[in-house]
Design a protein around this ligand. Structure first.
Ligand code: RIB
Ligand code: CA
Length: 313
């Protein structure tokens, strides 16, 4: 089977970094057409820089990185330095990138790429706020029917919110963009906190990354050493939840994951529940199912895949 063509839309972020590394280490399954940075965990200038740092860490200097939107579609930007650190990639000391950022705006790159490819052959993988995707769909509605699938990290239902009592960060930052995406009619696979909180980098798992004894393995271990503080403190969890790598792992081994096709809608009116993913898990609304909402992962299988692939870089 030929590799799936994808655009990674991202706000690195340590977990974004691991997701990008996993994708770049898996050319048989994933063909990364390009990476678009978006403002999210940290401002755009840093997410763009971090995306390039990660590509160079992977030794993939030819990946094209684009800068997209520097703020949400209709709200002020909320960032998450409290989780990811000032740089957004705190933990390892990595060299500044040499590779340039592309001149073309990330939103125009998404539009142009979808227009240039046959319908149903390009998958969008948003790992941060959905601003670039929502903006592209608004600017060029013709591309919506050309998208093969959207596999995104975002939202929460049983796990409830991580930035407010009701909302997960990616959706909360740009609920308007999320509403556009979830109403677009594009087939969507959602990796919410319900599943990502089951993909925890426990100490033995992190020791296994470090024991790879490669620049990548050591950097990933140092990233999770830093990134885990927030969740350990807040949830008492055993380690950092690898949110975004669930997206790229799904493209490689979907059988590691399970969920339900249900209706998911986004709260965009009430400030109390702004950005909540209202997931009709029990099918009580009769609204059409618009998303595969993933609730479970074979965590051991996920981490052995991750370790095996990171060892390739
Ligand atoms: O809520 C977790 C999500 O928000 C992850 O994608 C993390 O990188 C941040 O973007
Ligand atoms: Ca992210």
């Amino acid at each position: 089977m030929s590799a799936r063509k994808i655009i990674i839309d991202t706000d690195p972020g340590q977990d974004d970094a691991v997701a990008i590394l996993l994708a770049l280490a898996s050319p048989e399954e994933i063909d990364v057409l390009g990476i678009t940075a978006v403002a999210g965990n940290v401002p755009l200038n840093l997410t763009s820089k971090n995306a390039r740092i990660v590509c160079e860490l992977a030794g993939k200097h030819d990946v094209k990185v684009y800068e997209g939107c520097d703020r949400p579609m209709g709200r002020p930007l909320v960032t998450a330095e409290h989780v990811h650190g000032k740089t957004g990639l705190d933990g390892p000391t990595l060299p500044d990138p040499v590779m340039p950022v592309q001149d073309q705006h990330g939103v125009d790159y998404i539009i142009e790429t979808l227009r240039a490819h046959e319908a149903g052959t390009v998958t969008l993988c948003p790992l941060g706020p959905l601003t670039n995707i929502g903006t592209a769909f608004t600017k060029a509605p013709d591309i919506i029917e050309k998208v093969q699938e959207i596999v995104l990290m975002g939202g929460a239902y049983f796990e409830v919110g991580n930035i407010t009592p009701a909302a997960e960060f990616n959706i909360y930052v740009d609920p308007q963009a999320a509403d556009i995406v979830f109403k677009s009619g594009v087939p969507i696979v959602v990796m919410p906190l319900d599943v990502t909180h089951k993909a925890l980098v426990t100490k033995p798992r992190n020791d296994a990354f470090r024991a790879l004894n490669t620049d990548v393995g050591i950097a990933v271990a140092q990233m999770t050493d830093f990134f885990e503080r927030f969740d350990k403190e807040k949830y008492g969890s055993e380690g950092a939840p690898l949110h975004d790598p669930c997206v790229t792992a799904y493209l490689i081994k979907p059988e590691l994951f399970s969920g339900r096709h249900i209706n998911v809608e986004i709260e965009t009116q009430s400030e109390l529940t702004m950005g909540m993913t209202v997931a009709d898990w029990w099918g009580v609304t009769g609204r059409d199912a618009n998303a595969l909402f993933v609730g479970d992962v074979d965590a051991d299988g996920f981490f052995s895949l991750l370790k095996e692939r990171l060892a390739r870089l």
